[in-house]
Design a binder for this molecule. Structure first.
Ligand code: FES
Length: 439
């Protein structure tokens, strides 16, 4: 049995490279992280009508997320219960039922087995279809229209799982009219371990002025000095109990998306003025800042650049990346269209900045094939010892230019992999704040 703490040293903020490619560790991740944690499925705006569905993944388990007759949403494993054929070959659509292309068993929108070809002649009169419906994902819930599912019925509620990260999520998602994701998502296959992009988006401000310097120069006419990504006293990182984290940089000059989509500026100014009245000037300021964030285990978003991503694992060194632009529902259609173009031009599959990052993710994963290389450790000690509490901000706070949020991610990662179930995981993480503050 693997003891993940042999590979993740939380106190010294080092990780052995084997967690980025070892097949046995990967199997444990599928079992103890992806079959246990809340995972993003889709957004309500992408399946608005009865019968609308999308097909997505929970770990490597493929699921159909389906709008029900009563407008609720259920999710089912995308496999026929007869001989295990993949049921739905489409990425999305609308249907009140689906039939398997192998022998023709048919399932209704509620997942029930509704028809079996020549049933009575071959199975007899007592064949019980009730027990042969699609396997349902036990927990499905929505947070500001973002639909999450969880394979473990013993998990805490979705709001409890999001914990301190929900307060931050509310700032940009709990706006009048709500937000939506502009679909369908773009999909890319990448030869990288799923943790590389998640840890990058959770708080790697260090790479921005270096990795992206040539593209920033091309886009903006000049490269902001690398020191400008340190941020000011109002810039910070946050980490939370189950490993969700973010970085928010204050007053970062001309934000990238405003450069690509200047039409967004007057919209955000108007919104910020309303937010200042309803929630106060500090919340309004955060709304106008640039954010990088990840929700454990495999969701990332950039607010300010308006992009939402999921990194689906397809093996120890392969992922499928799904990307959606984020928009507010009340935005005029033309602004949504401009924003989607700008979002894709920066962080879509062929986006100028995405290309830089993908190289980093792939070439941080590939060297692990080397027997000697993969014995080595990696370092996340930037800002160690500068963790603090802030009465105005939930979670544990650290400098914007630090690796505190990444350390929080790997603390939660080690907690998850070393716990047998949610009861043990909740006990293990009960002292997360003191451990992070090193008290
Ligand atoms: Fe689906 Fe036989 S495998 S009907």
């Amino acid at each position: 049995m693997i003891d993940i703490r042999d590979f993740v040293d939380v106190d010294n903020a080092t990780q052995n490279r084997r967690i980025f490619g070892d097949p046995d560790i990967y199997k444990l991740e599928l079992e103890r992280i992806f079959a246990r944690c809340w995972l993003f499925l889709t957004h309500e705006s992408l399946i608005p009508n009865v019968g609308d569905f999308v097909v997505t993944k929970m770990g490597e388990d493929e699921v159909i997320v389906w709008r029900q007759r009563d407008k609720s949403i259920k999710a089912f494993l995308n496999v026929c219960t007869h001989r295990g054929m993949r049921l739905c070959p489409s990425e999305s659509g609308n249907s009140k039922g689906m039939s398997c292309s192998y022998h023709g068993w048919a399932f209704g929108v509620d997942g029930g087995l509704s028809a079996v070809p020549v049933e009575e002649a071959i199975y007899g009169p007592d064949f019980d279809k009730c027990k042969l419906g699609l396997r349902e994902v036990p927990l499905v819930d929505s947070y500001h229209g973002f639909i999450f599912g969880c394979m473990d019925a013993a998990a805490p509620s979705l709001p409890d799982y999001l914990g301190d990260a929900a307060w931050y999520f509310d700032i940009w998602a709990d706006v009048p009219g709500g937000v939506e994701l502009l679909g369908p998502p773009s999909r890319t296959i990448l030869n990288a371990n799923w943790k590389s992009p998640t840890e990058n988006f959770i708080g790697d401000a260090y790479h921005v002025g270096w990795t992206h310097a040539p593209v920033l120069a091309a886009m903006m006419g000049e490269v902001p000095p690398q020191a400008s990504f340190i941020g000011d006293e109002k810039s910070f990182q946050m980490t939370s109990r189950y490993g969700h984290g973010l970085g928010i940089i204050n007053n970062f000059g001309p934000a990238l998306l405003l450069h690509e989509c200047p039409e967004l500026a007057p919209w955000m100014e108007k919104r910020a003025a309303l937010l200042a009245q309803s929630k106060g000037p500090d919340i309004a300021r955060l709304y106008t800042n640039n954010w990088d964030a990840s929700i454990f285990p495999n969701i990332s978003y950039l607010f300010g650049i308006m992009v939402f991503k999921v990194w689906h694992p397809l093996g120890p060194d392969k992922i499928e990346v799904m990307t959606w632009p984020i928009a507010e529902k009340e935005m005029p259609d033309d602004l949504k269209r401009r924003l989607a173009v700008a979002s894709h031009r920066t962080f879509g599959p062929a986006g100028m900045l995405e290309g830089d990052d993908l190289d980093n993710f792939e070439y941080a994963t590939r060297p692990n094939r080397g027997f000697v290389t993969r014995q080595g450790d990696l370092n996340l000690q930037m800002g160690l010892g500068q963790e603090r509490e802030d009465p105005a901000l939930p979670g544990v706070i650290g400098p914007f230019m630090s690796e505190m949020a990444q350390r929080g991610f790997y603390r939660a990662y080690a907690d998850c992999l070393s716990s047998d179930d949610w009861t043990e995981l909740e006990a293990t993480t009960a002292n997360w704040k003191q451990a992070t503050l090193r008290k």
